[in-house]
Design a protein around this ligand. Structure first.
Ligand SMILES: Nc1ncnc2c1ncn2[C@@H]1O[C@H](COP(=O)(O)OP(=O)(O)OP(=O)(O)O)[C@@H](O)[C@H]1O
Ligand SMILES: [Mg+2]
Length: 278
């Protein structure tokens, strides 16, 4: 079992946490009294002289489900890299709530503060059951050893049950993750993030490779997170975006080109120009 844990920790590229197993989880206090959970102001980053992010300003409200669209290379993934501490910007400020300066923190600290990210690359354990995958994800958030080798507390069990329900995999709980469909694996991964109780969830291209039915189910899942979690979804599939969209932000050349409802941004002349030029 401990081997699985270390593989998982490796998989989420969060090696520092290994040394935090016995340390109390110190999470700075999130202050969202003004309703905003994420502030990015005047953020820029260049790679070899190319400005991937260019004076970006982005504000996400607490409990909001925000969609980010934009052509290839617009800077969407780089923006997520900056929020999660993977990329350090050349300038600007990035705050989680009003007081937590994300630019002062490294990736594990940011994850512990409550920002979860779903990568394209799957991190589920194919040889483990759906239930165990959720259990492992929960364990990786705190004291791994006590959780894995002792009985789960009632609260932990009900958190797993709620998550199984949320991701629609109640009936598959004892199935090995390897036997799940592509879509189900993606939901399991979202469930594994939920187990870590993030305040803000970043999801990059969740429906790539999914069937239409799976996309509909994913839309329902993301919508059901609204309110409890703030969610930022980057996605190319416009039908999918339309099905979940509240506020849509269009990124282009590293800055916000337009923001509004799906109809507003789709009718925006500058947005049309950028998409036609693709
Ligand atoms: N580590 C890096 N080194 C060099 N260039 C990079 C790096 N990361 C991103 N870029 C460049 O920055 C630009 C923005 O890339 P990014 O991946 O953020 O775009 P994107 O909006 O996510 O695109 P896509 O829709 O194709 O996923 C691209 O031109 C990319 O080549
Ligand atoms: Mg990308």
């Amino acid at each position: 079992m401990s081997n699985i844990v270390s593989n998982y920790i490796e998989a989420i590229r969060d090696k520092d946490r290994v040394f935090d197993l016995v340390a109390p989880a110190v999470s700075p206090k999130l202050d969202v009294r003004k309703g905003c959970i994420l502030y990015m102001e005047d953020v820029s980053v260049s790679f070899d002289g190319f400005k991937a992010i260019n004076d970006l300003n982005l504000y996400v409200n607490e409990g909001e489900l925000r969609c980010i669209i934009g052509p290839n290379g617009a800077g969407k993934t780089t923006m997520m890299d900056i929020i999660t501490g993977k990329t350090v910007p050349d300038k600007g400020s990035v705050y989680f709530g009003q007081t937590i300066n994300l630019l002062d923190m490294d990736e594990p600290e940011i994850a512990r503060a409550g920002i979860g990210r779903k990568f394209q690359k799957p991190t589920v354990f194919e040889e483990q059951s759906v239930f165990s995958n959720l259990e492992l994800a929960m364990a990786c958030n705190k004291n791994v050893m006590p959780t894995l080798f002792a009985k789960l507390s009632g609260e932990e069990l009900s958190h797993i049950e709620e998550t199984l329900e949320l991701i629609g995999l109640k009936d598959q709980r004892m199935l090995n993750a390897g036997a799940l469909s592509h879509g189900q694996k993606q939901w399991l991964e979202i469930g594994m993030l939920i187990m870590q109780r993030p305040k803000l969830l970043l999801v990059d291209e969740p429906v790539a490779g999914m069937t239409h039915q799976e996309m509909d189910r994913t839309a329902e899942l993301l919508i059901s997170l609204e309110g409890r979690h703030s969610v930022v979804v980057v996605e190319h599939d416009m039908d999918f975006v339309r099905s979940i969209a509240r506020t849509v932000t269009v990124l282009h050349q590293g800055s916000v080109l337009a923001e509004g409802t799906m109809d507003e941004v789709q009718n925006n002349a500058r947005v049309k120009e950028v998409y036609l030029g693709e």
